[in-house]
Design a protein around this ligand. Structure first.
Ligand code: SAH
Length: 498
């Protein structure tokens, strides 16, 4: 059957400004064709097996020609793939979405369109500029300053000046001097406020606000680059007064999040809310063990405690029991221990209450807490990663206990964005890297390759993680307890914003 092509507007940057409908379409896509301006954090939502076509970077770094994009969309749909065509901002605002839909229609390919938050509205909003305001204007106009190859843009500056509304120019940075000169020649007040916003609505946003007369020189002096838009109008004068974005405590800080994809969301979202420029680069993955023989054998004995040391372990246990035709009732009669709050929450999602969570969330403290609770011949079932810390079973065995250590999953070192990460590290463009386990440190170090590890602060969730980071000579700061709240508190303290 022929697939459907869904045009999705990805919004101006990170995942927060992607629509719910857009996210749902991406999560279900068999294939995606995406543009240069689409953020890697959004591509992370794709199912693992989805076909990815980068239309922004083809051989020799040239973008894919439009007719090739059109042909690719038709080909993927005719292979039966539900295909997402992912575009920066909104799909129809200077996004060639209309041309693509015409081509799909001509070829009998069904399509739908999920609009996105356009940069033309989002960037001004993040720069303190309301595009309309009753005291200053009654219209807003979107203009492209880019012409088709071989043509010069034919902008009717006189008409624009006469309309006296807010003007938003896209694709205009290269032609900034022509645009401001065109407006001046058409009689605009030279003192009219105007702005250029680079990387709008992203953690890395920069802006220059001046007058139409002075703007170009200021922007060139500040060295602003693409993507950027030009905003002209009296509303630009509100930019400082209504700036809510740059005062955020982590504004201007680039923070890398290394934890596995399925767990990264909350930490990233909270960092972004605090104003950070977040780079989500998961450095480890969990792969569940298909082989259930050890679990089956272990369940032939009885235990006083079942012990979970990660949320992934809880999910893996449910899945492994399912493969044996059983469910969590197989643990009936055992008490449940969780290494920390996240793991206890994962149990709670299955309706189970952890009987024990140590005061400090690590293997050593968990072992001590169990030893306190159990007689010397107590029996403990560990349901965890093959690469789990040795400290836990060793302490239990030393106290005379019977231990069954069942590996339910493997922690695999893998980073899809290793190239990007290396480039950022080499440019010393990273302020902080967050580590939520010793294994994320190991995965990050492998992903970083030859890149320097001394230009940033390693924010660690606890002592074992800190030790792993210190072993690689990183500069570390560590949360007071092993929670995301405590990590963020420590980071704010570091940057002087308690
Ligand atoms: N469809 C997109 C625009 C595509 S044209 C949208 O709705 O946003 C590409 C132009 O959009 C760039 O040249 C730049 O002018 C603008 N642009 C896209 N993302 C931007 C961002 N984050 N900040 C500032 N301008 C951006």
């Amino acid at each position: 059957m022929i697939g459907t092509v869904t045009l999705v507007g990805a919004g101006p940057g990170g995942r927060e400004l992607l629509t719910l409908a857009g996210a749902a379409a991406i999560r279900q896509a068999d294939a995606v064709v995406y543009d240069r301006l689409v953020d890697g954090d959004i591509l992370c939502l794709l199912p693992p097996g989805a076909v990815r076509v980068d239309a922004g970077k083809q051989a020799g770094n040239h973008p894919m020609p439009q007719d090739e994009i059109n042909a690719t969309l038709v080909r993927l749909a005719k292979q039966g793939k539900n295909t997402v065509r992912l575009k920066g901002g909104d799909c129809y605002l200077f996004g060639r979405g209309g041309e693509e839909c015409e081509h799909l229609r001509a070829n009998g390919v069904p399509f739908r369109v999920i609009p996105g938050v356009t940069s033309a509205l989002a960037a001004p909003a993040f720069a303190g500029i309301p595009v309309t305001h009753r005291d200053y204007c009654s219209s807003v106009h979107f203009i492209t300053a880019h012409a088709r190859a071989g043509q010069t843009p034919s902008i009717d500056y006189a008409a624009l000046v006469r309309l006296d509304g807010t003007l938003v120019f896209l694709m205009g940075l290269g032609a900034l001097e022509q645009v401001t000169q065109g407006l001046l020649d058409a009689g605009i007040d030279p003192a009219m406020p105007a702005a250029v916003i680079e990387n709008g609505a992203r953690g890395s946003q920069r802006k220059v606000v001046d007058t139409v007369r002075g703007l170009a020189a200021q922007v060139r002096a500040a060295g602003l680059g693409s993507p950027a838009l030009i905003v002209v109008g009296r509303v630009c004068g509100l930019s400082d007064a209504l700036d809510w974005f740059t005062p955020l405590p982590l504004h201007g800080k680039t923070v890398v999040v290394t934890r596995p994809r399925e767990r990264a969301g909350t930490l990233s979202a909270r960092l972004r809310t605090l104003g950070a420029n977040v780079v989500e680069a998961p450095c480890i993955e969990t792969v569940e063990n298909e082989d259930t023989a050890l679990l089956r054998a272990a369940l032939g004995h009885s235990y006083d405690w079942a012990v979970f040391t990660s949320p992934a372990g809880v999910h893996a246990a449910v899945h492994a029991l399912g493969r044996l035709g059983r469910d969590l009732r197989a643990l009936y009669g055992m008490k449940l221990a969780a290494i920390g709050r996240g793991t206890a929450d994962a149990l709670a999602a299955y309706g189970l209450t952890a009987d024990l969570v140590p005061a400090q969330y690590d293997g050593a403290h968990l072992a001590d807490a169990l030893v306190e609770q159990l007689p010397p011949d107590g029996a403990v079932l560990l349901l965890r990663a093959r690469q789990g810390t040795r400290v836990l079973p060793e302490k239990l065995l030393a106290a005379g206990m019977v231990v069954a250590d069942v590996p339910l999953y493997d922690t695999v070192y893998r980073c899809d964005r290793a190239d990007e990460l290396r480039a950022l590290l080499a440019r010393r463009a990273v302020d902080c890297v967050t580590f939520t386990s010793a294994s994320t440190v190991e995965g990050f170090v492998r992903a970083a390759g030859d890149a320097p590890l001394d230009g940033f602060t390693a924010l660690c969730i606890g002592a074992q993680t800190e030790k792993a980071a210190k072993d690689h000579l990183m500069h570390t700061i560590t949360a007071k307890n092993a929670t995301i709240d405590a990590m963020l508190a420590r980071l704010l303290e570091e940057y002087g914003n308690v």
